[in-house]
Structure formats: C-alpha cells, structure tokens
Design a protein around this ligand. Structure first.
Ligand code: ADP
Length: 341
C-alpha cells in the first residue's frame, strides 16, 4: 500500500511547522533561504515555528550562549514581521511532548537508517563530536513535525533526506500501531528551491560554519567592513565586467528591484564601474531593506519581557496541540497513563 492509501494527508487539517536553530547569529543566507518565506507562510496558514534549542545542544554546549541565541532568534523573527497573533512562535523545550514522541520513534527506527544520514556524516566530517544527540537528530526532527500534526514543512533542499525519514516514521507508526485510524499525517516537504544559494563574503555558500556571513542586523562599521571584504576578481575599474560571475552582484540581485538590477548590470558591462561602486550600492540596499526591522529590533530588545510573553503564549498553544497528538500516540502504543485519574 502507498502512503496515500494508508494515511492520506488530506484527512488532516493543513499545518505548517518549521524549526529554527539558535546556534549563531542569523545571516543573509538564512533570510533569503528561509526566514523570508517563513514570514510569508506564517500569516497564511495555521503554523508552529519553534526555536530548536534541544537540537542546538548537540553542538552548542554553552548555557549563556544558548540562552542569548534563543532570544536573538525570537527578536529577529518578530522584528522581521512574524506576528504572534497570526501564528505560534515558541521554544522547542517548552513542549516536553516532543522528546516523549522522539522516544516512541526511537523504538521503530533502525540504527542502519540513521547511519545513512547525510547530515550526520557531514557534521562529523566538519569535526563535530559524534554524540548520540547528533546521531538521533532526524528522529527528534520527525517528532518536532509530527507532534503538531505537521502536514507541510518548509525546508531547504539540503533537508530533503530528513523529511523522508520523518515521512517513513509517520507511515511506520501508523502501520504498526494505528492502521485503522492513523495518528499522524505523512507530511510533504515544501522545498524552498526557487532560492539560489546566497554566497558569503568569500564566495562560498554563506554559512556560519565558514565564518563568511553578513548578519541580517549587522550595521554601521561592522556591516561596511563585511561588505567591503567581499572577494572579487582583479578586473581594472575601467574594463567591462560580467555581473553574472560577481559575488557582489549575486547579493545585489537579491535586494534590488528589476529596474535597479538592470541598471547595475548595465553599468558592470559598460566599464568604468568598479567593484567598490558595486559594494557601496549593496551597502545602501542592505541598510535600506532592513531599516524598519532594525528599528523594531532595537525597540524589542529593550522589552525582553514582551518577547518572553510571546514565547510563553506560543508554547501554551504548542503544548495543547502536541498533547492532542500524544494522547492518541500513547493510546495506540499501549502506554497507560494514570496521572489524569
Ligand atoms: P548555516 O549554514 O549558517 O549553519 P543553517 O543550516 O542553520 O545555516 O540554515 C538554516 C536554513 O537557512 C537552511 O535550511 C537554508 O534553507 C537556509 N540557508 C542557510 N544558508 C543559506 C545560503 N547560503 N543560501 C540560501 N539559503 C541558506
């Protein structure tokens, strides 16, 4: 039987879920590759966005840094337009049902399947310690999605394999424990593939692991220094240049409207336009794009009580939804609970 026969996603209400890592300062790659779409989606669908602090612990074991990054992510999302009246934003660890569900999933996952995980192999190759949390990451990620009955998961193409593990787990759980009345939907990835990879200042993929990022909320001297450090070739100022092979233009393209893009491309091709000019243009575009959000972020950062209230309220909604699915999962697996007697 196919997934759709055993567990049609159509019989579950549409729910969008996404986790955000609080393991570093969010950068332009995160913005164009994920956050911008999250902010669009959260207003249009029932959605649960959570700051995955349990996941972050697999690599970030510094309590002060984890606390600070977690609040930073909340500030970033709220400043960039996430409206807590429209959807739920909360901390992963405020919903303990997620680790409870992860345990149920451990018992139906083979070690060999986890050993094939590309993201685990990548992380170990990058020199990260192969702890059991990192190894089991895709299981917790599946629980993150399914504990809210997630049907759509906006992710980058790099996450496709983990979503496949999640789909397998939902089907396997339903087949094994709840074939007559499926507990979990089999979620669809919503691959954000129209987004090109955003280059970092060194021309490689912008990533906090490469130390080549421009932070969304970098400003002043820091921002200027980073933009000016973007690597370009050594074509002299007066010569014509190919915009399509230039890292600066790749970033300009993300910010500029069609008219501005054409204007800058034409200037590249005609000569007499140096990389310094292009970098100044980019600096102006970044500053302008995030001006309002930056202002909002400054205000919010002076009111962390409000931010914590938003997270607390989101967490309450998250727990209610998670408990609904967990009650059914406990029942289906034969786990007796007596605390509500
Ligand atoms: P990092 O590489 O800095 O650790 P993450 O892996 O935490 O970033 O990225 C979270 C999401 O942000 C990714 O799933 C992807 O959708 C998006 N993203 C990150 N870097 C880029 C980039 N350079 N270009 C496009 N999207 C990106």
């Amino acid at each position: 039987m196919t997934d759709s026969q055993t567990n049609p996603v159509a019989s579950f209400p549409p729910v969008v879920v996404s986790g955000i890592q609080p393991s570093g300062t969010l950068h332009l790659g995160n913005y164009f590759g994920a956050i911008r779409q999250h902010v669009e989606l959260h207003a249009a669908h029932e959605s649960y966005f959570f700051i995955v602090n349990y996941h972050a612990l697999t690599t970030l074991q510094d309590a002060e840094a984890l606390r600070a990054y977690s609040i930073d992510v909340a500030l970033d999302y709220l400043a960039l337009g996430f409206d807590p009246k429209k959807s739920h934003l909360f901390l992963q660890s405020d919903v303990p049902q997620v680790t409870e569900l992860a345990w149920l999933f451990y018992t139906i996952t083979s070690v060999s399947q986890l050993e094939k995980s590309v993201s685990f192999k990548d992380k170990v190759a990058q020199g990260l310690g192969a702890n059991a949390g990192l190894f089991n990451y895709p299981i917790l990620q599946a629980a993150d999605i399914l504990v809210y009955g997630g049907t759509r998961v906006p992710v980058g193409a790099d996450q496709k394999q983990n979503i496949e593990i999640c789909r397998n787990l939902a089907s396997r759980f339903n087949d094994r424990f709840a074939s007559a009345d499926p507990v979990f939907p089999v979620p669809e990835p919503y691959i954000l593939d129209e987004v090109a990879v955003v280059p970092g200042v060194d021309g490689r993929k912008m990533s906090k692991s490469y130390d080549n990022t421009i932070g969304i909320f970098d400003e002043g001297k820091t921002l200027k220094k980073k933009v000016m450090s973007i690597i370009t070739d050594s074509t002299p100022l007066e010569d014509p240049k190919d915009p399509e092979t230039c890292n600066v233009f790749a970033l300009i393209k993300l910010f500029a409207d069609d008219a501005k893009r054409e204007e800058v491309a034409a200037a590249y091709r005609s000569g007499g336009y140096g990389y310094g000019h292009a970098k100044k243009e980019l600096l102006g575009l970044i500053t302008e794009r995030f001006a309002e959000a930056r202002e909002r972020r400054h205000e919010l950062s002076r009111n962390t009580d409000y931010v914590l209230d938003v997270l607390a309220e989101g967490g309450k909604k998250g727990r209610t939804q998670a408990e609904h699915f967990m009650e059914r999962a406990r029942e289906a697996t034969g786990l007796i609970t007596t605390y509500n007697r």
